[in-house]
Design a binder for this molecule. Sequence first.
Ligand SMILES: C[S@@+](CC[C@H](N)C(=O)[O-])C[C@H]1O[C@@H](n2cnc3c(N)ncnc32)[C@H](O)[C@@H]1O
Length: 265
Amino acid sequence: MSVSPLFPRLWQGILSHWGGVGETVEGCSGFHNLAGVPAELRSFFQQSYPRNHTFTLKEDRLVPTRRLAERVAQLAPQYPTPLTSLVDLSCSKGYFVFDAASRPGCRRALGVDIDLSCVQACRELAKNLVLPESVAFQQITLPELANRIDDFGGPFQTALLVNTYQYLRLGSEFAPGVGGSHRELFEWLGRICSGRLVFHNRLSFDDLQKSVQVRTPAHEAKDYSPKSILEAADEFFIVQSSTGDPLRPLLVLENRAAIPGRAAA
Ligand SMILES: C[S@@+](CC[C@H](N)C(=O)[O-])C[C@H]1O[C@@H](n2cnc3c(N)ncnc32)[C@H](O)[C@@H]1O
């Protein structure tokens, strides 16, 4: 493709942007016979909420939309090397779980969600994996998962919690919140994830969806702030990096138990 001499910088920026995402646009391999998946299920993965987590089923792979590919390109570099196990704590349509399972060395990938329709759809899709043994999906709450973590093979090296923390803490139209404090949530997260928690969520109450804001009592609203959330996290995790918008940071958190000499006081 020739580059317009009029706006060379602009074109180079656009092309390099697409090139960066292009690494993941190949998609997630490890499937067979995806052409045989029923149309209703295919359209669920292609079109349902959330729209930044949609993908197409090709014969042997899942091909993410550009928005999803960009999110994978942002989040996956935060995984430890090698990635050995991953739990996605709000797996939705499961792309991050399938993507993790396709990485060499990842022996276990679990997707959990409160939404049974998502869990069932992911389980159906997992039947087309060439090696389905390492992948599982479960409808379960965070405290139940923490209490039953040994039923799922024990704590995971890596956990993803993306665009969901506010629902866990404050509830949503789907389900009530869990736990009485940020501390309780991070205590559960520390039992579920023994290594790295990749945490990308809204930390400011004013930035939350209106549907969450209107149902939240004033004292809970006051306690939903970057300061309160990060203080609670600090008892169980060390912030290794924080990038992006401070109200919606991408945090890489390491379990203190995994770092010699860094247990909480
Ligand atoms: C915006 S989606 C994010 C999905 C996925 N993590 C991603 O980033 O693509 C929010 C997720 O939170 C889940 N959810 C909604 N309300 C919840 C609640 N009260 N407790 C736990 N999970 C909830 C939904 O089922 C959905 O998968």
